[in-house]
Design a protein around this ligand. Structure first.
Ligand SMILES: Nc1ncnc2c1ncn2[C@@H]1O[C@H](COP(=O)(O)OP(=O)(O)OP(=O)(O)O)[C@@H](O)[C@H]1O
Ligand SMILES: [Mg+2]
Length: 385
């Protein structure tokens, strides 16, 4: 997948940008506060509709303007699609070509992007909810119907919690909630389990390439679901399209486990006024040399771990979908030492795909060939070299 043209109007400090990005490396240089991250964010919003930086639409619109416009022409093989997003007030209007998109599901997949930003350090350091969000978004990118299960689960969870907190608990209604939670939660957890199972080998390999010598692992932690008796998927030859498959035995195993856990914990949940177990409490455990990376990994190691997670996400996506998403690397070289930085660029050169990469120091970017270089200054973007 490739972004061949990008047009930006009044998005953050970018008043007017028209660029034709190259198919491989697009290097965006500039001093602090000039608009590099804003440019990467513009590409991300075009792909995801949401941003990775704020919840507030209004912040995306340039201060003196009342509407921001993003337009991107995406190529995938022979397929060409024009995506346009207009941000006005608290709303976003989404278009494909000239058609207004009413269901976002019809839009997703127009521009597939994976972003790495300095804030992503929270993937290792932050709370489990950040890692669950990573999992959910990665799975959603592969299988859009996953969103229905995840949203459905959250909705019932809220209702169940509201009842547990309230004056009176209706046991019959609680039974209904528990059954619905078990059904949707089982689908959520089994998709996450399957994803992590396949993802972990790619993650370990990507980390090994950047941080040769050290081993890293990720595992899906769901204390309510004993998965020791499940047959393991053979590690060699992971079959393409696997995560897209429904695996009924796996789903029922998770549903049965969740049903039992909810029943077991019911008294305690009533006492505490909340649902104490289930996929909403699960975690993705990241380990470095068999120890919790959250507690023991250094800052640079944590950065490399997150980077490896993003790279693994790209590769996993490619193996499932047959093409590579666009990789957005914001300020990736800061905090990597020289050797790590070299490994990273060796890696990027050795793998296909379009990459956008920002930097304050062009010489950190160890790329000579297939580069289109841009300078950003006070919101103006111009191609250089
Ligand atoms: N809605 C907005 N309207 C106008 N300017 C904005 C808006 N939102 C953010 N900015 C400005 O955009 C500027 C540049 O932001 P950006 O984060 O892209 O910088 P950067 O080039 O990535 O810098 P750094 O190297 O420090 O990461 C900031 O000075 C910020 O004040
Ligand atoms: Mg920045």
């Amino acid at each position: 997948m490739e972004l061949v043209h990008l047009r930006v109007r009044d998005f953050r400090n970018l008043a007017s940008v028209d660029i034709a990005p190259g198919p491989r490396f697009n290097v965006i240089s500039g001093h602090n506060g000039q608009g590099k991250t804003n440019l990467v964010e513009a590409v991300y919003v075009l792909g995801s509709v949401k941003t990775f930086r704020t919840q507030k639409n209004r912040e995306l619109i340039r201060w003196d303007a009342d509407r921001a416009v993003l337009e991107g022409l995406a190529h995938r093989g022979d397929d060409e699609r024009l995506a346009r997003i207009e941000v006005c007030g608290d709303r976003k209007e989404v278009y494909l070509g000239d058609l207004s998109v009413q269901r976002l599901a019809d839009f997703f997949g127009t521009l597939n992007v994976v972003v790495f930003t300095p804030d992503d350090l929270s993937l290792v350091k932050g709370s489990p909810s950040e890692r669950r969000r990573f999992l959910d978004r990665a799975i959603f990118n592969l299988r859009a119907t996953y969103a229905g299960d995840a949203v459905g689960y959250d909705k019932i969870l809220k209702q169940r919690n509201a009842m547990l907190k309230g004056e009176r608990v209706d046991a019959v209604l609680l039974d209904v909630y528990d059954e619905q939670l078990a059904l949707s939660g089982g689908r959520v957890a089994s998709a996450r389990h399957r994803f992590v199972e396949q993802f972990s080998a790619r993650f370990a390999a990507a980390f090994g390439e950047i941080f040769g010598g050290l081993s890293a692992t990720v595992t899906y932690e769901s204390p309510w679901w004993d998965r020791s008796a499940l047959p393991e998927t053979p590690e060699s030859a992971p079959r393409a399209g696997r995560i897209l498959d429904r695996d009924d035995a796996l789903v029922s195993s998770a549903q049965d486990a969740l049903r039992a856990a909810l029943a077991r914990r019911r008294q305690e949940d009533m006492r505490r006024g909340q649902t104490s177990t289930g996929p909403h409490r699960d975690d993705l455990r990241v380990e470095l040399e068999s120890r919790s990376a959250r507690t023991f990994a250094s800052q640079g190691q944590q950065r490399a771990l997150v980077l490896a997670m993003k790279i693994a996400e790209v590769e996993f996506f490619e193996s499932e979908r047959g093409f590579r998403p666009i990789l957005l690397l914001d300020d990736v070289s800061s905090e990597l030492d020289r050797a790590r930085n070299r490994f990273l660029f060796d890696y990027l050169r050795a793998h296909d795909g379009q990459v956008f990469i920002t930097t304050t120091h062009r010489d950190h970017i160890l790329l000579e060939e297939d580069v289109v270089a841009y300078e950003v200054e006070a919101g103006n973007v111009r191609q250089v070299e």
